[in-house]
Design a protein around this ligand. Structure first.
Ligand code: 13P
Ligand code: SF4
Length: 333
């Protein structure tokens, strides 16, 4: 039998390699953030992929669905969105009269980039029977052209509730779309977009880690390719990963998603081990867009109430309907 070794890849500007904020600087910024938060009556919403120090100061940390639900029900005057741009946009669409700020307005998403509104419109015009289901990782312009929105946490439910007599068009993630087709048995036309960060996981690098830790359940995000998903014990959204690892009797898990997911997992599942997949050039897998946010930028956006998310009232009105439809279907038993 060939012995499997685990060579440590070189660290290239990633979570492992970046110098951490000093504890003193981190504490001072955290204190300032909490002070400004009170002054302006803000709520801080953070995605599971944010750096640890942002997650630790947030009021709520979660997946895209949980964050949209929190945004829909907040009574705060200011929403501070520590995530990527489309997430802050969703919060603004649900709260047109509130101020929504984000640490870095250039924090985009490869899925959002892959699907420009005019291109989607062109495709929709080829088939009037299309029913467009858009993954929340898309622009407000794409949301405005959609019948319903979904997240990785509710995509199966949303597709199961879609009209049977319509041709389903799923945008922009072909991997999530393919996984949903497997789960629901519904055929869908898939837009050819993907998450560049999840595409870094391959059958080869995931198999290698699996051989090294044969007892550890493999937990993968549905943005991974089918070649990776087929190796997984469970495929789910980032929030369900927390739930699965909490409830599982296993003591170690292989986590096939963005690197900072393990921060919350370690916090909420003390005593359990979370293993990341080593890629070719680093020991972790970060989303470069999520990592544009830092604790300093979080403080600055709150202190200056800038940069703000702004959209035309027309786009807000049109994009709101499919988001509300998603929230309503999601709340059904
Ligand atoms: P969820 O956290 O909703 O599973 O989505 C992952 C993601 O890639 C967000 O950009
Ligand atoms: Fe987009 Fe992928 Fe980054 Fe999520 S992890 S924000 S899908 S690029």
């Amino acid at each position: 039998m060939t012995e499997v070794t685990d060579p440590q890849p070189a660290l290239v500007d990633c979570v492992e390699a970046r110098p951490p904020l000093s504890p003193e600087r981190c504490d001072a910024l955290t204190r300032d953030i909490l002070r400004v938060k009170k002054q302006v009556n803000a709520v801080i919403l953070a995605h599971n992929y944010q750096v640890a120090e942002i997650q630790d100061v947030a009021d709520y940390v979660g997946d895209s669905l949980g964050l949209a639900q929190q945004a829909a029900r907040t009574t705060a005057d200011v929403i501070v969105f520590a995530g990527v741009h489309f997430m802050a946009e969703t919060a603004k669409i649900l709260n047109p009269n509130k101020i929504v700020v984000l640490p870095d307005k250039d924090a985009g998403c490869s899925l959002e980039e892959s699907c420009p509104g005019p291109k989607l419109k062109e495709l929709q015009e080829t088939n009037p029977n299309f029913y467009t289901i858009s993954y929340i990782n898309c622009s407000a312009a794409v949301k405005a052209l959609s019948d319903v929105i979904c997240t990785s946490g509710n995509a199966v439910k949303i597709v199961n509730h879609s009209p049977k007599d319509r041709d389903l068009l799923f945008v922009p993630d072909e991997n999530l779309g393919a996984w949903v087709m497997e789960q629901t048995g519904r055929k869908m036309h898939l837009w050819k977009g993907n998450c560049y960060a999840h595409m870094e996981f391959t059958h080869a690098n995931v198999t290698r880690i699996r051989r090294l830790h044969p007892q550890a359940p493999l937990v993968a995000h549905p943005e991974c390719t089918q070649a990776v998903r087929m190796l997984a014990d469970v495929v789910c959204s980032t929030e369900r990963m927390i739930d699965y690892c909490k409830k599982s009797p296993a003591s170690a898990f292989i986590i096939v998603t963005e690197a900072d997911m393990v921060h919350r997992l370690r916090k909420e599942c003390p005593g359990k081990e979370f293993i990341r997949v080593a890629l070719s050039n680093c020991a972790c897998n970060e989303c470069k867009f999520m990592k544009m946010n830092t604790l300093e930028k979080l403080y600055e956006c709150m202190a200056n109430l800038h940069p703000r998310v702004e959209m035309s009232p027309e786009i807000i009105a049109r994009a709101r309907l499919p988001i509300e439809r998603m929230l309503e279907i999601s709340a059904r038993a």
